[in-house]
Design a protein around this ligand. Structure first.
Ligand code: G3I
Length: 371
């Protein structure tokens, strides 16, 4: 009899442990703190979402997302190639689903992005007339920003308009619409989306030369009497080389313009790379050294990654009156774009959660800052 009771008790304990492991916010019976709750009095915590995630294809993933994040940015589906595939055709269905997801789970959506030279629709390729570019530009902003006004919390109105030296990047928009196109984009967005915050977003715009160009761009928009509410620093950095000084100077200088400052695509990559930033057209050739951690991340790198994230969040907390949002570019190391860029098929580890959504040392360092 005693033996039967012991077997039953052991089975019950096993079931309980298995159940706990499946609960959102727990892993192997241990409760995991929630990022959004940890920083609820400081800034929003966001993530990039792909279709599978906002379509809730995996209920456990949904629970995980909803527990950890209160803001989200679509990784691809609102880019012009996808939302506006033909001259007179818009595909709003995925974005509508995303908006529904946000509403259902109290997650604020940042629209990404209205005007970007990359991932343009095929009909924009080889476009050679100012009239056509102007027509696309006007129609696209009015239609997309208008449709989602008040449904998304904010828009990255213009993305990556600057070169590293702070000059304007040569794009189809600069070529045909001239220097003022960024201001014009914000003017159109302001008209179409009066209930939505409007941001300029870029990578490396914490670096002094690019930052100076970014400040000049913002001042130009403001001088034209056009609304701009915030600036996004994407934050695609490299382990052991996070530019903390430049980031702090940037927070102070952007905030001094009266803007909200946010970190919009945060990840810290650990694999070899011979350049900094996120220029998607830039690629590297694979060699024997380019994918060193397929069997796991060495402890030394894991600890450096944790130290980098800790220093970054210390800085964000120091300036929490100016920093309104910190968004990670992906949920876990399994679904980061950095597994496929600038070399396809690598094993990268840039985020706070591993491939099973288990917190890494970096996660614990970050949440410990509030305990
Ligand atoms: O959807 C197609 C699929 O049909 C096709 O089979 C497959 C083959 O390659 O490609 C799929 O499209 C890919 C798309 O992601 C969706 O997964 C594109 O090739 C790929 O280039 C695209 O990459 C995205 C990249 O922007 C493109 O510009 C990344 O997911 C996305 O993380 C990345 O995000 C950008 C931000 O928007 C702006 N800042 C930099 C950041 C990182 O590059």
């Amino acid at each position: 009899m005693i033996q039967i009771k012991q077997v039953v008790a052991t089975c019950m304990a096993g079931l309980l442990l298995a159940g706990l492991a499946l609960l959102p916010g727990t892993t192997y019976g241990q409760t995991i703190p929630s990022l959004k709750d940890t920083f609820k009095n400081d800034f929003g915590i966001g993530t990039a979402l792909n279709n599978a995630q906002f379509e809730e294809r995996d209920p456990q993933m949904t629970q995980f997302i909803v527990r950890q994040f209160n803001m989200a940015t679509p990784e691809n589906i609102m880019k012009s190639a996808l939302i506006h595939p033909k001259w007179d055709t818009y595909n709003f269905e995925p974005a509508d689903k995303l908006v529904q997801f946000g509403k259902k789970h109290n997650i604020l959506i940042n629209g990404h992005t209205l005007i970007w030279h990359s991932q343009l629709p095929p009909f924009m390729r080889g476009m050679k007339s100012a009239d056509s570019v102007r027509t696309f530009f006007n129609d696209h902003i009015k239609t997309v920003a208008g449709r989602f006004d008040g449904k998304v919390f904010s828009w990255d109105v213009v993305n990556e308009a600057l070169n590293e030296d702070g000059t304007m990047r040569k794009t189809v928009f600069l070529d045909y619409l001239g220097d003022d196109y960024v201001t014009e984009a914000f003017r159109l967005a302001q008209q179409a989306a009066p209930n939505t915050e409007l941001y300029y977003n870029d990578y490396n715009n914490e670096q002094p030369a690019k930052r100076a160009g970014c400040i000049a761009l913002i001042k130009k928009i403001q001088a034209a009497g056009v609304r701009i509410d915030g600036v996004g620093i994407q934050g695609h950095w490299h382990v052991g080389r996070v530019p903390l000084k430049a980031i702090e100077e940037s927070i102070l200088q952007y905030a001094a313009l009266g803007l909200k400052v946010m970190f919009t695509e945060l990840d810290i990559e650990v694999l070899p790379r011979n350049f900094q930033g996120a220029e998607v057209s830039q690629r590297m050739t694979a060699n024997e050294q380019s994918n060193p951690y397929t069997a796991g991340l060495p402890d030394g790198v894991q600890q450096q990654l944790a130290a980098d994230y800790e220093s970054l969040f210390k800085l964000f907390l120091k300036h929490k009156d100016k920093v309104t949002r910190v968004t990670f570019w992906g949920i876990n190391d399994g679904n980061t774009w950095l597994n496929n860029w600038p070399i396809r098929g690598r094993t990268n580890y840039p985020l706070l959660f591993d491939r099973n959504n288990k917190p890494k040392s970096a996660f614990y360092k970050v949440v410990a800052l509030k305990n």
